[in-house]
Each structure stands twice: as C-alpha cells, then as structure tokens.
Ligand binder design. Structure first.
Ligand code: ADP
Length: 294
C-alpha cells in the first residue's frame, strides 16, 4: 500500500477579461470547478499507474462528490475525514493571455489529526510507503508514525514555502523535488550545486530531481540515473510533476528497476503535458504503455 497524506482542493476557474480590481464587480465569461491539490493529483496518478493507494486527508461535509471522483480513479478513501468547514479551495482567474491570479484557502487540508493518521497508517508489508507533500498539516507526526511502523517515507516538499522543512529530511527515504525546490531547500544557486549538497548532507537519501523538459536525475547510494524528457507538444504543464511522482513511486514501490521507473514516469508526465487540466490530464498505465510502444 502507498499511503498518501495530501491536500484535496477544489479549483474554481473563472475566465476574465482582466483581474478583478479593488472595488470592481466583474462578470466572468466562463466557469469550471475541478478537483485539484497536489495530494489528490498524486493519489490519482498512483492509482492510474496501478498502485494500491490510500489517501489520508480531509474535506468539507458538503463535498462528498470529491470522494466519488477519487473512488472512480481507484483511490481508497476511508481515511479521508469529513469536517464542518470548507474544503481546501482556490479561486483562479484566468485571462485570455493565459495569465492567472490565484486565491487559495487551505480549509480542511489543515485539520488533519494525529489519531486520524494513526488509524489510517497500518503496519504493513515491504512495499509500503508514505508519500507527503507540503499542502497539509501533520507532516512530522505522519513521518514519525511511518518510521515507527517500518513504512518508508517519500517527501515532495511542494510548495516550498520556507526552509524550515529541512529538519524533516532525516526521516525521509526518497526526496522528490523540481529545480526551484532543490535550490530553495539547499540555498544553492544552481541545480548541480543543490544536488551535490543534498547528496553530501544526506548520503543515504534517494533524490529524484525533476528538470522539466530536461528530464530527470535520480541519485541513490547505489548510483546515479538520468532519463530524458519525451519531446511532445506541450499544451498545459499543470500536474506534470504530480503525474511523474505517482508513476515513478508506483514502480519503485513495486520493485521495478530505476531505469524502467524513470522511463515510464517520464512518458506519463509527457502525456499529461499534452492535455489541458490537472487530474483529468493524468493518463492511465495502458495509455502510457501504448505511447512507449509507438
Ligand atoms: P513540476 O511540474 O513539479 O515543476 P517538472 O517541470 O520538473 O516538475 O516536470 C516533471 C516531469 O514532467 C519532468 O521530469 C519531465 O519528465 C516531464 N515534463 C515536464 N515538462 C515537460 C515538457 N514540456 N515536455 C515533456 N515532458 C515534460
């Protein structure tokens, strides 16, 4: 089982001529409500990649349809709590020039309790992992429980709001960061320097460093692996990182060779960027295999 402690957000996307100005009432010419949040996206990617995934999170009472969407994607939702408060959500204004302005309210994502995590994270087998991002509370408690119970920890510290998450790295087996996060986390001014610093400071840490169109680097105590990105026509890079993480962790947890895990995850992320949207842009394993065979 892969336990994913993560955010669940509602993205309210409004099409506007320009961003709302102070005191102005502006009519929007289009509206869509989408499921998002790095946590939910990564759970969906894990499930589409074929992993058994239990999401640990929280939503507001009024939003039961979110559970249905996750269940349909193959995610186990028994550890998603229902709260008397708003689900995490974002008000997103998008202009014709594709610029956006985002107002985020974390809501129920910040209401996770230690006992909820304790109940959800059962002691399990050798393929068990706990995955976390940085959009909920409870990270330190969850890492402690996982460590006690012999569950390995994968951490994607996104969004990277401050460097005070660095002390958590002692409990992490697999760190997954993009270029900006790697540099923010280490204070290094280049990705190469960030990689060297992380490898030096945490010699046993496995590091997945995603480099956008430049592909990915995977640094482990046993060796360093590299995989190029696939060349595709990018339409929308939203959720590319989440797709990569879900597919890569699904394969690594299942004991696949790193080369295979990186290749499949790169293909999944490439397919994701050819489609608009977040959760809905995440491909299935069958689509990834068809893409790789073509
Ligand atoms: P994030 O979305 O978290 O910033 P990256 O931009 O590093 O993460 O993207 C994650 C992975 O998605 C990359 O390692 C790559 O495999 C794939 N990817 C991202 N952008 C593209 C692109 N334009 N074309 C093909 N693959 C891409």
């Amino acid at each position: 089982t892969i336990y994913n402690l993560g955010s669940i957000n509602l993205d309210h996307v409004y099409r506007v001529r320009h961003f709302v100005r102070p005191g102005e009432t502006l009519s929007s010419s289009g509206y869509r409500a989408l499921l998002g949040g790095k946590g939910a996206n990564q759970s969906i990617a894990l499930a589409r990649a074929g992993a058994e995934v239990r999401h640990i999170g929280a939503i507001g009472e009024a939003d039961a349809w979110i559970l249905q969407t996750l269940i349909e994607a193959g995610v186990e939702t028994s550890a998603i709590a229902r709260r008397q408060e708003a689900s995490g959500h974002a008000i997103i204004q998008v202009t014709r020039e594709a610029e956006n302005a985002i107002l985020l309210y974390p809501g129920a994502n910040h209401s996770l309790t230690r006992s909820q995590i304790e109940q959800a994270l059962v002691r399990g087998g050798s393929g068990d992992w706990l995955l976390l991002q940085n959009e909920t509370n409870g990270l330190s408690d969850a890492m402690d429980l996982a460590t006690e119970r012999g569950v390995r920890v994968a951490f994607n510290p996104a969004p990277m709001v401050s460097r005070d998450i660095a002390p958590l790295l002692d409990r992490v087996d697999l760190l997954i960061v993009n270029e900006g996060e790697a540099m923010d986390l280490t204070g290094a001014s280049t990705v190469a320097a960030a990689e060297a610093r992380l490898h030096n400071d945490y010699p046993r840490l496995r590091i997945l460093l995603t480099l956008g169109r430049d592909g990915v680097v995977y640094v482990t105590p046993e060796g360093r692996y590299r995989a190029p990105a696939f060349s595709v026509d990018a339409v929308d890079t939203t959720a590319a990182g989440d797709t990569f993480i879900g597919f890569c962790l699904a394969d690594l947890a299942a004991g696949q060779a790193p080369e295979m895990a990186l290749r499949r995850a790169s293909a999944a992320a490439a397919l994701c960027v050819t489609r608009a949207g977040a959760a809905s842009a995440i491909p299935t394993l069958a689509e990834v295999e068809t893409f790789l065979a073509s």
